[in-house]
Design a protein around this ligand. Structure first.
Ligand SMILES: NC(=O)c1ccc[n+]([C@@H]2O[C@H](COP(=O)([O-])OP(=O)(O)OC[C@H]3O[C@@H](n4cnc5c(N)ncnc54)[C@H](O)[C@@H]3O)[C@@H](O)[C@H]2O)c1
Ligand SMILES: [Zn+2]
Length: 499
């Protein structure tokens, strides 16, 4: 057995072809075998029968695990197991047939650990079947060994360096104290994944599992973690504020000085399993997915949270005429969120007509403006009777959009530089007098806080911001590279990996 039960079962304590008249006879013979190997004194045997009377030790799959009452523990000399392989099944009451008995002798509370381990082993139907068919003691001992924890292999998309992402087998993670292990149900892709794939990131030391738009199901809970249960479906933040620095203390978690990220300092979600680190749990960065919300939708929470941060900073609200540059997934989310916040009129602006059409058919802006139809500034002026728009959001990495955005801004407008510019070309030409005379406000936007994630998930759950239809491509883990290619070509709105 593993750490808990290692060496508990010896070959002398395994008997084959045992005939038992009934359930109690089987339990008695289990006890006698434990006596024979010196694990218990004779008084342990009636205590096992007493336990069997109180509660059936049948655990399913034709297996019973006889042990004693609490009072019988004083007859235990050392922890041990004994196994009877019965010649013919014995009626264990209520029609249950048992053909394998695994008897336990354990001091103190250790029988609980041993029981839990045995149950885990025997719940694997293949293992239980092989045990029933075993013919040698060594085979039985081997089959009762729990699978070594943390050494299972899983598939993951691992970043090894710029241009080098491999789908490979890696060790399945084990949650340490304070951590939670998830089976990844859905992990969406974004432009950042593409950027990492192409150029790497100074905060990523390869090899690293990619993916940060994460939704999964809790499959293991590390020591000391409270408030979560196995089977809970959860969404995980991507950017992790420390919660304690100067900026966090001021309530500005999106600009935390010590920010970390899933898929950067921690293994990400393009994997079958992953571990949620304590730093995420410390800032309430894991949200329960409400019933009725798919894991696929929940994986879009994180980008929507960023969009929410952007619109809060830009103060999007009722009565606003909003212009969104860029018709990618982020632009689509901006249109949907602006609508739910009561914007009066939404104009979507693109350079690529196909993308604009694809997006507009989904999110229905009031107007679309395509660069292919002529000067963007002229088109927007015409649409707004020369006034311009109250809010500009640049959901693209194009400096031209920022410059044009200022040109179409109405007096007192707010301009969100939502998309960052390429590192090697971060400057634009800004007509400062536009800002001055029109009293414009220019705001940035950098990711999202845990609270934004919680609210974004609520917006999805309540139907205020639908996202399911924005997922246009779903791929298995093996096809992460195809997904990156689709993102690169702009052929889809959202690409979601479903491991
Ligand atoms: N602030 C944040 O927290 C945050 C979060 C996520 C993404 N982003 C940024 O948002 C931007 C959009 O993300 P995405 O995933 O939708 O990207 P995307 O590449 O899928 O979409 C951008 C779109 O902008 C269009 N475009 C290019 N130049 C344009 C121009 N001059 N005018 C109008 N449209 C133009 C492209 O054709 C493309 O369809 C990216 O720059 C991304 O880095 C910011
Ligand atoms: Zn901080």
């Amino acid at each position: 057995m593993s750490d808990t039960a290692d060496g508990l079962l010896t070959e002398q304590a395994v008997r084959f072809g045992v005939h038992a008249a009934d359930r109690y006879d089987a339990v008695r013979q289990c006890g006698e075998l434990l006596v024979a190997v010196g694990a218990v004194t004779q008084d342990y045997v009636p205590a096992m029968r007493e336990r069997e009377d109180e509660i059936s030790t049948h655990i399913g799959a034709g297996v019973a695990i006889p042990h004693s009452t609490a009072a019988g523990k004083k007859y235990v000399r050392r922890d041990a197991l004994a196994v009877l392989v019965l010649a013919e099944p014995v009626d264990w009451g209520e029609g249950e047939q048992v053909s394998l008995c695994v008897a336990i002798a354990a001091l103190g509370d250790r029988h609980l650990d041993i029981l839990a381990e045995l149950a885990e082993v025997l719940m694997d139907p293949d293992r239980a079947e092989q045990l029933h068919l075993a013919t040698t003691a060594s085979e039985v001992i081997r089959l009762l060994q729990p699978a070594p924890k943390g050494r299972e292999r899983m598939k993951a998309a691992v970043f090894h360096g710029p241009g080098d992402v491999r789908i490979e087998e890696v060790p399945e993670p084990t949650p340490a104290a304070g951590e939670v292990k998830l089976r990844v149900l859905a992990c969406s892709m974004c432009g950042t994944d593409l950027k990492i794939f192409r150029s790497g990131h100074f905060r990523i030391a390869p090899p690293r599992v990619m993916g940060h738009e994460i939704a999964g199901e809790i499959v293991e809970i590390g020591a000391g973690v409270e408030g979560w249960a196995l089977g809970d479906r959860v969404q995980v933040i991507a950017a992790i504020p420390d919660g304690t620095c100067e900026e966090c203390t001021r309530g500005h978690q999106t600009v935390c000085l010590n920010q970390e990220s899933m898929g950067y300092q921690y293994e990400g979600g393009f994997a079958e399993f992953m571990v949620v680190p304590p730093s995420v749990l410390a800032v309430d960065g894991m949200n329960r997915i409400p019933e009725g919300v798919g894991a696929d939708e929940a994986s879009v929470t994180e980008p929507l949270a960023c969009v929410l941060n952007g619109q809060e900073l830009a103060g999007v609200g009722p009565g606003d005429v909003v212009a969104v540059f860029g018709a990618g997934p982020i632009g689509c989310l901006h249109v949907r969120l602006a609508r739910s916040r009561g914007a009066d009129r939404i104009i979507m602006i693109e350079v690529n007509r196909d993308r604009l059409q694809l997006a507009a058919d989904l999110v229905h802006p009031d107007d679309t403006v395509c660069a292919e139809d002529g000067d963007i500034i002229e088109q927007v002026r015409k649409l707004t009777d020369g006034r311009g728009v109250d809010v500009v959001i640049t959901a693209t990495a194009a400096g031209a959009a920022q410059e044009q955005g200022l040109q179409i801004a109405a007096p007192r407008a707010r301009v969100s530089f939502f998309g960052g510019l390429p590192k090697d070309k971060p400057t634009i030409t800004l007509d400062s007098n536009l800002v001055h005379y029109r009293e414009l406000t220019i705001v940035g936007a950098n990711g999202s806080s845990p609270a934004h994630n919680a609210r974004a998930l609520e917006l999805i759950a309540s139907g205020e911001v639908p996202v399911k239809d924005l997922i246009s491509v779903r791929l298995p883990l093996e096809r992460v590279l195809d997904g990156l290619d689709i993102v690169a070509k702009g052929e889809a709105i959202k690409v979601t990996i479903e491991p």
